[in-house]
Design a protein around this ligand. Sequence first.
Ligand code: GUN
Length: 282
Amino acid sequence: MKLLDGKSLADQLMDDIRERAEQLKPVLGVILVGENPASLSYVKNKKTACERAGVEYREFRYPDTMTQEELLKKIDELNADEEVNGFIVQLPLPDHIEVPQVIRAIDPKKDVDGFHAYNLGKMFLSPEFEDLPPATPLGIVKLLDHYDIPIQGQEVVVVGHSNHVGKPISTMMLNRNATVTTCHIYTKDLAEHTRCADILIVAVGKINLITTDMVKEGVVIADVGINRREDGTLCGDVDFEEVSKKASYISPVPGGVGPMTVAALILNTVRATERQKSANDG
Ligand code: GUN
């Protein structure tokens, strides 16, 4: 078994970006509403990655009493701010704020999370139109590519059908000519599908959802889950200890897909900046 080491690849990608960033001077904005502990930890990782890559990081923090109207006003302000090349609104948001309305308000050119319907829709066309794909799926593709794992013609099984991970990674795998099965909470017999997988991508958020009897020998696994055990340590959705004995490659949690998601956000920020600057030159 080999590890899909997202942490070292993400560090390498950040170091590679540095030179480009010195000329481009990209600026990433992060809007954070409230004090969700997981969100605080994620945005800290984003800040650290920006520093490593030479991308300027600007954080805008608000209490969880912020109204939707106030948030939409801030988004409009960042849409118009020529200094900010890309920005994200960290999720989850407090219950009184409607996430679809918030995402819709972001200028697609600055939507470096790749959550806007415009960017998601473009992905359906072909890999060439994956301009700003969602960060986690982009990170997974970069990770598989780095380890020269073939995708074309492979049986790819995705577990989870969220708008931000399951659906877009299924699309990106289909764009690369895999045979894709997307499983979810209503799938009748999950194991029947996962056992067929050459590549298994799991994004549910449930400890030990995937056990060793559910995979075939030699499977490649990207574990997107980030769960906290009772003792406070982190783990994914896959029973790593046992399943790793059967897998040819598996991403650990932490240190696998998580750092690649952050790296992909930075890649999207650089890409958005390049597009904006070349549009201005032209
Ligand atoms: N919350 C957890 N992951 C993410 C992410 O990738 N982007 C945003 N905006 N919020 C998140």
